[in-house]
Design a protein around this ligand. Structure first.
Ligand SMILES: C[S@@+](CC[C@H](N)C(=O)[O-])C[C@H]1O[C@@H](n2cnc3c(N)ncnc32)[C@H](O)[C@@H]1O
Length: 242
């Protein structure tokens, strides 16, 4: 097992981004287990198995690192009663960090496509979080499953889910479904701008939801790296609250 700083950094890779010219696959980061303590915010490090064989979520991503750090720094003690769900969790970086380092009392649900299910489950067990974190399949754009409808999540985590343009409307649909299911819910949404199209996603989100930048002392640094950290809430919530 290696520390995140000792393992090779996660390359900017996504199999979905392979061009129509069938250009050669970039070099894949080798599978292995990373340990990460988010600059000391976790007293015992999170163990994360990374394996890109099931998809690009099988490695750590910069927005995931940032969102996990943000939650550990600013939300350690205010999520006790929250019903937390993570979208596009990949190996579970953000959700597992929250389950490990924040005071949460309810089981936290990490979700992704079916191909990522075994990696999510593996990482739950690796951190002895069975019973505290559950891995569930949630495909953006599809109807929410019974377990999610029952949970009515009121805190939604989404990191580095903006990277593949055809999936933008699907992700917006799922976010809208979740904010309809629980109109008081808050989405913590973190992404890295890689292409101009990524800002189109943000424009559409701004039309559909209340989108507000979240305060974070690292903002000057992460802004320079093209990282964005927002809160999305339902528009109706603002009307009721104002
Ligand atoms: C770039 S990875 C980010 C992983 C993790 N959140 C992080 O920050 O390290 C994006 C994730 O979104 C998931 N994803 C992509 N399209 C999806 C879809 N249509 N439905 C559900 N998840 C999807 C991928 O499987 C992948 O795990």
């Amino acid at each position: 097992m290696t520390n995140l700083n000792q393992r090779s950094p996660s390359p900017e890779f996504c199999p979905l981004a392979i061009g129509p010219d069938l250009s050669p696959l970039p070099h894949l980061k080798a599978a292995g287990t990373t340990s990460v303590d988010f600059a000391g915010l976790l007293s015992s490090p999170l163990l994360l198995h990374e394996d890109l064989s099931s998809g690009c979520g099988g490695q750590t991503w910069p927005a995931g690192m940032l969102l996990a750090k943000h939650m550990l720094r600013y939300h350690r003690d205010d999520l006790r009663e929250s019903r937390i769900l993570e979208l596009g969790a990949g190996g579970g970086l953000v959700g597992l960090a929250v389950a490990k380092g924040c005071n949460v009392e309810k089981p936290l649900v990490i979700t992704d496509q079916r191909a990522m299910l075994s990696l999510m489950k593996h990482n739950i067990s690796l951190n002895q979080l069975d019973g505290e974190v559950e891995a569930v399949v949630l495909d953006w754009g599809e109807l929410l499953g019974e377990d999610i409808l029952h949970l009515k999540p009121d805190v939604i985590l989404a990191a580095d889910c903006v990277y593949f343009e055809p999936a933008f409307p699907l992700l917006l649909t799922t976010l809208a479904d979740l904010l309809t299911l629980c109109p008081s819910a808050q989405v913590f949404f973190c992404f890295k701008k890689r292409r101009r199209a990524d800002m189109q996603f943000l424009k559409k989100a701004q039309k559909a939801f209340n989108v507000v930048e979240i305060m974070d002392e690292d903002r000057p640094v992460f802004s320079r790296q093209g990282l964005f950290l927002y809160s999305f809430t339902a528009k109706t919530q603002q009307r009721n609250g104002s």
